[in-house]
Design a protein. Structure first.
Lengths: 213, 98
């Protein structure tokens, strides 16, 4: 029998610590899946944008065909969206209440927003936007939307990691659009993808620290 | 000073109340998920939940997910208040010590 399953009380200080520790453990359990989501996005951006940059940069060490890079990018981003939605919906499994509604709305916001960016891009291309401009439009708008959704996540779950990440992704996305194509793709890969990976590390360090504490 | 609420002043039941307090006011949690968060055996958790239920601090709500019955556990308004009072009392007791 576990000591904490006990029917007996401890002294007040130990009881207070026991309650705090339990509540901390509950919140850590809900934060841990976020690590997987951030990791998936970090890899998708790093590899996806890097492939696009390699395909378009004339001085790149090697260049995959643009069709391969474009398809690979699409698959990586679609995969990351699916993983986010699946993990997001599993986070609140076994729990009922208004938080579940917030989580579901948040999950769907990703799909609605990403698909809208894609559709507006198609409309702009139909209206005569050249390929070079579309290479500026898609990464920047996509990054802006992702950053805004992280800010929404920060507000919903009172989470600072998502707040910093949201601001960082927006800054990188906006700044990259001034760099021109294809350098903006390299910036998105290294600073955008790298930002997600740094966020992963930050959450991991937080949860490790709470396990020791 | 009033005595600490004996229903909550036991390690297992304090952990249960602390966990339920993290849910939304209208929130509830499935029994297996609660068991997972507390790392308690089903029998042990049931025993303590019954004591909390008898005091009116916790309520259970049985529903169906498809054909499987699922029990959802939540803290009553009275239970939330009792938990907050208990925590306030603990802090008051510790107020003198650094």
């Amino acid at each position: 029998m576990n000591a904490t399953d006990d029917d007996t009380p401890l002294d007040p200080a130990a009881m207070l610590a026991l309650s705090d520790r339990q509540q901390h453990r509950v919140s850590t359990t809900f934060v841990r899946p976020v690590v997987t989501i951030l990791l998936v996005w970090g890899v998708a951006w790093l590899v996806g944008f890097m492939a696009l940059w390699l395909a378009l940069e004339p001085n790149a060490p090697f260049s995959p065909p643009i069709a391969v890079a474009g398809t690979g990018f699409g698959i990586l981003i679609a995969g990351a969206i699916v993983v986010s939605i699946v993990i997001g919906s599993r986070m609140s499994r076994g729990i009922r209440g208004s938080a579940v509604f917030s989580g579901a709305v948040y999950g769907w916001s990703w799909s609605i927003a990403s698909f809208s960016v894609f559709l507006i891009g198609q409309a702009l291309i139909n209206a005569g936007m050249p390929t070079e401009l579309s290479m500026l439009y898609y990464p920047t708008m996509y990054g802006l939307v992702a950053g805004l959704l992280y800010l929404a996540g920060a507000a919903l779950w009172n989470d600072r990691t998502q707040l910093f990440l949201g601001i960082w992704i927006i800054v990188v996305s906006v700044a990259s659009s001034f760099a021109g194509t294809p350098t903006n793709l390299l910036i998105m890969a290294l600073l955008g993808g790298g930002g997600f990976l740094a966020g992963t590390a930050a959450v991991l360090i937080q949860t490790q620290a709470s396990r020791r504490g | 000073m009033a005595e600490l609420d004996p229903v909550i002043h036991a390690q297992a039941r304090l952990r249960i109340m602390a966990t339920l307090a993290t849910l939304d006011a209208d929130g509830s949690i499935a029994f297996p998920r609660l068991q997972e968060l507390l790392e308690m055996t089903a029998g042990n958790l049931s025993t303590h939940l019954r004591k909390l239920e008898d005091a009116g601090y916790v309520a259970q709500d049985k529903s169906f997910k498809g054909r499987t019955p699922v029990t959802y556990v939540y803290s009553t308004k009275q239970g939330r208040r009792a938990f907050e009072d208990y925590m306030d009392q603990l802090r008051e007791l510790l107020g003198g010590t650094p």
